[in-house]
Design a protein around this ligand. Structure first.
Ligand code: GRF
Length: 197
């Protein structure tokens, strides 16, 4: 008889490069971890995250915005994969409300600034780092937060900061923020949702 894995199940939603998705997949592939990534959802055909996931043996679905917003399409997918926790890792669409309501306190996002600074509409990816440089901030960082129905407004579960030097370009800031993301995101997810739970 085939034993079902007792691990909790994570779906990662991503739109682009997928460096965070890859780190999270690898982190939870350790044999002693209490969870595993079993599904990646991507809304952009050809995004690097799709190959990254598939190469690591994770099922990746490429869906249109319409499919993602269609409850009768998405809920069976998430239920079939028996998803417990949803991780948004560079996912550029608004998550439909029916998903947020179906996974209470179980959807987490990473934002590449110290929220509430540089959050809200239009603040994603490079726009954030450009705004940080323009505002002559002396530090920036990452915010990992639960996803509520308010954009960038859910409970903050973790922040980490890094100095911004006067000579830093948006690329420099992005590199610093990425380093923080790869150091912390998977670990924070594990601590918050799975360790000793
Ligand atoms: C990250 O900076 C993340 O904080 C933001 O989008 C970026 C995604 O990068 N939400 P990647 O696709 O994980 O490489």
């Amino acid at each position: 008889m085939k034993m079902e894995s007792a691990k909790r199940r994570i779906a990662v939603f991503a739109s682009g490069n997928g460096s965070n998705a890859e780190n999270i997949i690898r982190y939870f592939q350790r044999p002693d971890s209490g969870a595993e990534v079993t599904l990646v959802v991507c809304n952009r055909v050809g995004a690097p995250v799709i190959d990254k996931a598939r190469r690591l043996g994770v099922h990746a679905e490429v869906l249109t915005r319409e499919q993602i917003n269609d409850e009768s399409h998405m809920m069976p997918l998430l239920l079939d994969h028996r998803v417990d926790v949803i991780v948004l890792a560079g996912f550029l669409l608004m998550l439909p409300t029916f998903i947020i309501r179906s996974f209470p306190d179980a959807v987490v996002n990473i934002h590449p600034s110290l929220l509430p600074k540089f959050g809200g509409k239009g603040m994603y990816g490079r726009h954030v780092h450009e705004a940080v440089v323009k505002a002559r901030e002396t530090e920036t960082g990452i915010t990992i937060h639960l996803v509520s129905e308010v954009c960038d407004g859910g409970e903050v579960i973790f922040q980490a900061s890094v100095p911004v030097d006067v000579s830093d370009t948006p690329d420099d800031v992005e590199a610093k923020v990425h380093e923080l993301e790869s150091r912390h995101f998977a670990e924070v997810i594990d601590d918050y949702f799975f360790r000793n739970k």
